[in-house]
Design a protein around this ligand. Structure first.
Ligand code: ARG
Ligand code: ZN
Length: 876
C-alpha cells in the first residue's frame, strides 16, 4: 500500500484524555486503555472509529461501560474498526502483547533485562489500539505495574504522581504528562537501573531535576552526557529563548536500539552508544557525537514536541530544524569551521549518493510505503541545509524573530512545512515561493560557473548556470532559488570589496563577501571596480547543498588553499586539488602505468605545516578525500584503482613529508589528564593522522611507536588510533597481538567491543570477508543487536569498499544472506543494511550484474514492507 501526501485528511475522532495501565511480564504484558473520544467536526458525521493495532491480542473492548460483542467490531491485521459509535464516548480496551518476542525493537520490547519502548514513527500501534498518527494529541496518564525485585524502577512521561505496593511482590507508579502529545512521543521503561542526578535552573528560575538512568555497570559513564545536557539547556535559552517545561528530564540508556536516540516527552531513550562515555572507553568522536545527540533530543522538546508534525510527510519539519540546531550548538561548543567541514563532508559523501541512487526522494516526500525508510540523510541533513539557507537569508536577528513566531503561533499544534516557512516569511517579508521547491524537488543541483575579467572596464563577470539532474523518483526539475556566497581574492590573497552592477545579491555594496541570489537556469553577476583579475571563492561556508564546477586551475586552487579568508573554502580548495591529483593517478593506473602523485600536491601539503594553521584545521586539511567521496567523482566507479591510488598517494606524502610528520607527532603529545575539549581533541587527531601517514611506510621505529601508544594510552582515542594503525598495517603478528590484548581488556564492555569489531571489519586486506564471517560467531556478536550489526556488517559493506566490491561477488552474496535473515527479526535494520547493494548504477557491468542478481534473489522472498519498498526501487 502506498500512502500519498495528497490524500491527507484530518482525523475523524479527537482524544481528550488517555489512561494506560501496563501490567508488565516478558511474554504476557497486559495493556488496558481508557480513552475519551470526540468526533472531529471537520469530518463527516457517522464515520466509523478506526484504530491502528499490530500484533495485539484483544481481550476485551467496551464503549461507555458496555462490553462489545464480536459482531460490533472488526479486527484486521492492522486495525480495530467499530462502525457504530456515538459523537462522544469512552473506549476501554484490554490487550495482551509479547515484548520478549518483539525483535523489531519497535513498540514495547526487552533490552537485556529491562522493558523499554520505541514508538516513532508508528510503533505505538504495537502497544495498544489507538489512532497512531501525529495530529491526534492527548494528555496521557500511565500506570506501570511490575515485579518489585526485577523492576524496581518504573518510568514514563511527565511527573510521577502516585506510587504504591501491590500483592505478589508487585508495585506500581502512576505518571502524568500534562502536555498534549501524539502517541509517537509515548515512552515507558522498567528495570533494575541506577541513576545519576543533577539539576538545572531555568532562565525563569525553575529548578529541573535531571536524571540519567543506566544499567548498574554503566553508572561511571554518565558524566559527559549530563554535562552536555546542561550545556544544551542553557544554549537553547540563550540562542532560541526556549525554556524547558516539565520539572523532570530523564534519559535512559538501552543496548538494543534501532537508531541513535528518541525525544519522548520528558523521558528520552538513547542507544547506549549515544550517551555512555568514559575517557578510557570512548573516543573523542564518541564524546562529540554524544554531545550532539543529547542536544538534538533536548532541542526536540520545542522543535518536535511542543510543535509537532501534522503527518509523517512533514518529518523534516522537526528533524531538519533540529539537526540545524544541534549542528550550531556543536559548532559553538567546539571549532566552528571544523564542524562545518565534517557536516559537509558527510552530506557530500552520503546524501549526494542517496540523491543519485534509487531511493532518491525530496526533503518532503509525497508518498511512501513504510515511513521508517524515510529517516534518511535527505530528511535529516539536507533538511538541515535548507534551514541553514533560510537562517542565512534572514540573518541572525530575523531568523530568531521567525523562530519565535513559529513557536508562539503553533505551540501545542501539529503543523506543516508551510507553517514553518510562513512564520519565517512573516517575520522577514522575504518571498519564499520559489524557495519552497527545495522541499519538493529531489536531487542535487549542479552549478556551472564561469568567470570573465574585462581589464579595460574593470569588471568581473560571473555566469552561473544551474541544473538538477533527473532522479529515479522525478523526471522533471525546475530552477531553485540558490544562495551563492562569494568573495573575490586579489593576487595578494586579500578579499576585494564587492560592488555589484548586475544580478541580485544580499549584503551591502562594498562588503568583502556577498550572497548572490541565483533563481534562473542561467544568470549573470557583474562586479565593478575590479582592478586585477581575481580568484573567485565560490559557495563560501557551503552556502547551499549543491555541486559546483568552476574549472579552477591548479594555481587558483593553490591560491585559495593558502589565502581564502573562508575556512571552509580553504579546506575545500585542498580537497579539489587532491581530487584532481588522484583522478590523474587513476587514469595512469587504468592505463597500466605506475601512478605517481603530482608533486604540486606534495608541495601544497608541505606548505600547510608552515602556514600557522591551528591543529584542528591542519588535521582536516591533511586528510585526503575518502574513497567514498572519490567514488562520487566518477560516473562508473573504478573501485580498485581508487583504493590503490589513494594508498600510493598516502605513501608518497609520508615519504616526502617524513620530517614534517615526525615533527608534528612529537609536538602534539599531550601529557595532563584526558579532557574531551576541542583544543585537546584537535591535537590528538593531528598526531594520530600524522602517525597513520607514517605507518604506511612501516618503519620499525614507527610501528614500535604505535605499539607503545596502544599499550600505554590512558584514553580510548589514542588506544583505538594505535589499534587501527596496527590492524590495518601489514604487521600481522602485531595486529594479532593487539587485537587479542584489546579483547582481553574489554570483553565485558559491549560498546568497546563494537569498536573491536569495526577495526577488523574495515581492515583493507583480502581476508576481510572470511574474518567478518568468523566474527559473526564470536560470543560478543549478535544479529539481534543493531549496534553489533552496524559495527561488523555495515562497516564492512560501506567502509571496506575494495573488499565489499570484490569481483568474485561473494560479499554481495554475503550481504544478501544477512539481510534476508535479519528481515524476519528486524525489518528496519534489514532495509537500512541493504543500501550498498542498491547502489549498482555506478559500478561496472560485471558488478552491476552480480549486485542485481542478489537484489533479485531478495525480491523473490517474502519480505517486510520496509525491505520490499527499498528492493522494489532498487531493482533494474
Ligand atoms: N526522532 C528520533 C531522532 O531523530 C529518531 C526516531 C527514529 N525512529 C525510527 N523509526 N526510525 O532523534
Ligand atoms: Zn531528531
Amino acid at each position: 500500500d502506498i500512502i500519498y501526501l495528497k490524500d491527507y485528511l484530518p482525523p475523524a475522532f479527537l482524544i481528550q484524555t488517555v489512561n494506560l495501565e501496563f501490567d508488565l511480564s516478558p511474554h504476557e504484558t497486559r495493556v488496558r486503555s481508557t480513552i475519551t473520544f470526540t468526533r472531529n467536526q471537520e469530518r463527516n458525521a457517522g464515520l466509523p472509529l478506526e484504530l491502528h493495532g499490530n500484533e495485539l491480542k484483544l481481550i476485551s473492548v467496551e464503549i461507555d461501560g458496555q462490553p462489545l460483542s464480536e459482531s460490533q467490531y472488526q479486527i484486521t491485521a492492522e486495525q480495530l474498526i467499530i462502525p457504530d459509535v456515538p459523537d462522544q464516548f469512552v473506549l476501554k480496551t484490554d490487550v495482551q502483547i509479547d515484548p520478549a518476542n518483539n525483535t523489531s525493537l519497535e513498540g514495547l520490547y526487552r533490552s537485556n533485562t529491562m522493558f523499554c519502548t520505541q514508538c516513532e514513527a508508528e510503533g505505538f500501534r504495537k502497544i495498544t489500539y489507538y489512532p497512531d498518527r501525529p495530529d491526534v494529541m492527548a494528555a496521557f496518564t500511565t500506570t506501570v505495574i511490575a515485579d518489585k525485585t526485577e523492576y524496581p524502577v518504573l518510568l514514563s512521561n511527565g511527573n510521577p504522581v502516585k506510587k504504591g505496593e501491590l500483592d505478589n511482590n508487585r508495585h506500581f507508579v502512576v505518571w502524568q504528562d500534562p502536555f498534549d502529545k501524539p502517541a509517537y512521543l509515548f515512552a515507558l521503561v522498567a528495570g533494575d537501573l541506577q541513576v545519576v542526578k543533577d539539576t538545572f535552573t531555568t532562565m525563569s528560575g525553575r529548578e529541573v531535576a535531571l536524571e540519567i538512568w543506566v544499567e548498574p555497570e554503566n553508572i561511571t559513564k554518565c558524566d559527559h552526557a549530563m554535562a552536555s545536557l546542561k550545556a544544551a539547556m542553557k544554549w537553547d535559552e540563550e540562542v532560541y529563548g526556549r525554556e524547558y517545561d516539565l520539572d523532570i528530564y530523564m534519559i535512559v540508556a538501552v543496548n538494543d536500539f534501532n537508531m541513535g536516540a528518541m525525544e519522548n516527552k520528558g523521558l528520552n531513550i538513547f542507544n547506549s552508544s549515544c550517551v555512555l562515555a568514559r575517557p578510557d572507553t570512548a573516543t573523542d568522536g564518541a564524546f562529540q557525537r554524544i554531545e550532539g545527540v543529547v542536544a538534538h533530543e533536548y532541542f526536540h522538546n520545542w522543535s518536535g514536541n511542543r510543535v509537532t508534525c501534522r503527518d509523517w510527510f512533514q518529518l523534516s519539519l522537526k528533524e531538519g530544524f533540529t539537526v540545524y540546531r544541534d549542528q550550531c550548538f556543536s559548532a559553538d561548543m567546539n571549532d566552528e569551521a571544523v564542524k562545518r567541514i565534517e557536516d559537509v563532508a558527510m552530506l557530500r559523501t552520503a546524501q549526494f549518493a542517496e540523491d543519485a541512487g534509487p531511493t532518491a526522494h525530496p526533503v518532503r516526500p509525497d508518498h511512501f510505503i513504510e515511513i521508517s525508510n524515510f529517516y534518511t540523510l535527505t530528511i535529516y541533513e539536507k533538511g538541515s541545509e535548507i534551514v541553514r539557507m533560510i537562517a542565512n537569508l534572514l540573518g541572525p536577528d530575523l531568523f530568531r524573530k521567525g523562530s519565535d513566531l513559529y513557536f508562539e503561533r503553533h505551540d501545542g499544534q501539529a503543523v506543516t512545512v508551510e507553517d514553518f516557512i510562513g512564520a519565517m516569511a512573516d517575520a522577514s517579508g522575504i518571498d519564499f515561493s520559489q524557495f519552497m521547491r527545495w522541499y519538493s524537488q529531489s536531487g542535487t543541483p549542479e552549478l556551472t560557473v564561469s568567470g570573465h575579467y574585462d581589464a579595460a572596464a574593470q569588471q568581473y563577470t560571473l555566469t552561473i548556470k544551474q541544473q538538477t539532474p533527473v532522479t529515479k523518483d522525478q523526471p522533471e526539475k525546475l530552477p531553485l532559488h540558490i544562495p551563492v556566497k562569494v568573495g573575490l581574492l586579489n593576487g595578494a590573497g586579500a578579499d576585494m570589496p564587492l560592488t555589484l552592477s548586475a544580478g541580485e545579491a544580499s549584503g551591502a555594496q562594498g562588503d568583502h563577501d556577498r550572497v548572490l541570489h541565483l533563481r534562473e537556469a542561467e544568470q549573470v553577476f557583474v562586479f565593478e571596480n575590479i582592478d586585477e583579475e581575481p580568484v573567485p571563492s565560490l559557495l563560501r561556508g557551503f552556502s547551499a547543498p549543491v555541486k559546483l564546477d568552476f574549472g579552477y586551475t591548479q594555481a587558483q586552487l593553490l591560491h585559495l588553499m593558502r589565502h581564502d579568508s573562508d575556512g571552509f573554502n580553504r579546506w575545500d580548495a585542498g580537497q579539489r586539488l587532491a581530487i584532481t591529483a588522484l583522478k590523474a593517478m587513476v587514469t595512469q593506473f587504468e592505463a597500466g602505468q605506475i601512478p605517481k602523485l603530482d608533486s604540486a600536491l606534495t608541495e601544497a601539503y608541505k606548505g600547510l605545516f608552515e602556514s600557522g594553521l591551528n591543529p584542528a584545521i591542519l588535521a582536516e586539511m591533511l586528510m585526503l578525500p575518502g574513497e567514498a567521496y572519490l567514488a562520487e567523482q566518477f560516473d562508473i566507479v573504478p573501485v580498485d584503482a581508487i583504493h590503490a591510488c589513494r594508498n600510493i598517494a598516502r605513501k608518497t606524502l609520508a615519504e616526502t613529508l617524513n620530517a614534517e610528520l615526525e615533527q608534528t607527532v612529537a609536538a602534539n603529545q599531550l601529557t595532563g589528564e584526558y579532557r574531551p575539549l576541542a583544543e585537546d581533541i584537535a591535537k590528538r587527531r593531528l598526531k594520530n593522522i600524522c602517525q597513520s601517514y607514517l605507518m604506511t611506510l612501516e618503519a620499525d621505529a614507527v610501528v614500535e611507536r604505535s605499539w607503545q601508544q596502544f599499550s600505554t594510552a590512558d584514553n580510548m582515542t589514542d588506544q583505538h588510533a594505535a589499534l587501527t594503525a596496527l590492524v590495518h598495517s601489514k604487521q600481522d603478528e602485531k595486529a594479532k597481538a593487539a587485537l587479542e590484548s584489546f579483547e582481553q581488556q574489554w570483553k565485558d564492555d559491549a560498546l568497546v567491543m563494537d569498536q573491536w569489531f569495526q577495526v577488523q571489519a574495515s581492515r583493507p586486506h583480502p581476508d576481510a570477508l572470511a574474518r567478518v564471517k568468523a566474527l559473526m560467531e564470536h560470543p560478543a556478536f549478535s544479529l539481534k543487536n543493531p549496534n553489533k550489526v552496524r559495527s561488523l556488517i555495515s562497516v564492512y559493506c560501506n567502509q571496506n569498499r575494495v573488499n565489499f566490491h570484490s569481483i568474485d561477488g561473494l560479499s554481495y552474496q554475503f550481504l544478501a544472506d544477512v539481510v534476508l535473515e535479519l528481515d524476519g527479526m528486524n525489518p528496519q535494520i534489514a532495509s537500512r543494511l541493504i543500501t550498498p547493494l542498491t547502489r549498482w548504477q555506478k559500478m561496472d557491468a560485471k558488478r552491476q550484474q552480480l549486485m542485481q542478481a542478489e537484489l533479485q534473489r531478495i525480491a523473490a522472498a517474502d519480505l517486510s514492507k520496509d525491505l520490499f519498498e527499498v528492493v522494489q526501487k532498487a531493482l533494474p
